[in-house]
Design a protein around this ligand. Structure first.
Ligand SMILES: Cc1ncc(C[n+]2csc(CCOP(=O)(O)OP(=O)(O)O)c2C)c(N)n1
Ligand SMILES: [Mg+2]
Length: 349
């Protein structure tokens, strides 16, 4: 008789991941979820203008991002990239501070909309609102690294609806032609707001387009965190070997409405929504880790307590930060006259 515990344990060990590392990946997913849920509460309480959630995408984001090197590689995220940006170095406090549009927010000094992740200290370039533009930014970052002879890889994330934008095709083709060190991660959650997959992606597969761009196109299950990790690591190694880009399509679930301005009950079958809970990547990965003997009730409780405390502390500190000075509103929007002062710090800072 085979032991059901053996395959999963040997699988992460075969991938070179220790028990502590897979627990750290699971913790990162819990933290991303806890930050996300807290920001929904803050939005409902009128403290945050708008929320666009990453719930259901955490497994793909943590798995694929895990092999990236902080401070050396580059990231061009999208609006669901809470787990990806946390994995690449942003803190819960950075993310909540940005959503509260505080003066010293690392993403934009309180200038950007919610969901516009970024941070110069982390090599994360800001999300820009037109979907798909970040894919061009990532290709530019990879091209820059290649021109300078640097050992760095750029990674970018986008939805399957966005995969149909003209600039995404241009970006991938250019990266394929020039064999640039870039990883394209399509998080396919089956909807572009209310439009289902069969009405947005001809042929139904984004990964299949890789061949046409001159790169491998790989499909992974976004609930299979270790499969996502393996795909991300292979893409990263391939980029570093100078063999060019990879397109990874992760099949994920969108557990929430598109955003806090949307109500998915108007276009999604209630049974479909109810069934999503079974596919929640946190539940799926948690069960795998339990089967492999790595996760116990005690460890689960500790991780949940720790991440909750981290989010409590982060939101308390973020809320106490100063609001931006309104005199800065037009700084860096129009060209400044010579000698214009720097950003005006809030009083008392
Ligand atoms: C160029 C452009 N067109 C439309 C929008 C409005 N918009 C924001 S998100 C979104 C849906 C994108 O769907 P998908 O790429 O599948 O990502 P998901 O939100 O499902 O993760 C749209 C149409 C936009 N921001 N930019
Ligand atoms: Mg989508």
């Amino acid at each position: 008789m085979t032991n059901a515990k053996t395959p999963t344990r040997s699988r992460h060990a075969e991938l070179g991941l220790s028990d502590d590392e897979v627990l750290a990946m699971y913790r990162q997913m819990l933290l991303a979820r806890a930050v996300d849920e807290r920001m929904w509460l803050m939005q409902r309480a009128g403290k945050i203008a708008f929320i666009i959630s990453g719930q259901g995408h955490e497994g793909a984001q943590v798995g694929v991002t895990w092999p990236m090197r902080k401070g050396q590689d580059w990231m061009a995220p999208f609006y669901r990239s809470i787990a990806a940006t946390l994995t690449f170095g942003m803190s819960a406090e950075d993310i909540i501070t940005a959503h509260l549009a505080k003066a010293d927010d690392v993403s934009s000094g309180g200038r950007q909309m919610p969901g516009h992740y970024g941070g110069a200290p982390y090599n994360i370039v800001s999300v820009s609102s037109p979907v798909g533009t970040q894919v061009l930014h990532a290709v530019g970052l990879a091209m820059g690294a290649w021109v300078r002879g640097e050992d760095s890889v750029a990674i970018t994330y986008f939805g399957e609806g966005t995969a149909n934008q003209g600039e995404v095709h241009e970006a991938m083709n250019f990266a394929g032609v020039h064999r640039l060190p870039v990883i394209f991660v399509c998080e396919n959650n089956g909807y572009a707001i209310s439009v289902p997959l069969d009405q947005q992606v001809g042929g139904g597969s984004v990964a299949a387009r890789g061949t046409g761009y001159g790169m491998p196109g790989i499909t992974v299950d976004g609930g299979d965190v270790l499969g996502c990790y393996a795909a991300g690591r292979e893409a990263h190694e391939r980029a570093r070997r100078g063999e060019g880009p990879t397109l990874i399509e992760a099949k994920v679930v969108r557990l929430t409405s598109h955003s806090s301005d949307d109500d998915q009950r108007r276009y999604r079958d209630p049974d479909e929504v109810a069934a999503l809970k079974e596919q929640d990547p946190i539940g799926v990965f948690g069960r795998q880790l339990r089967e492999s003997g790595v996760l116990t009730d005690g460890i689960e409780d500790r991780l949940r307590d720790e991440t909750k405390a981290e989010v409590n502390e982060a939101s308390k500190r973020a809320e106490a930060r100063p609001d931006p000075d309104t005199r800065n509103a037009e700084r860096f929007v129009y060209a400044d006259a010579d000698g214009a002062p720097d950003v005006i710090a809030p009083e008392g800072r």
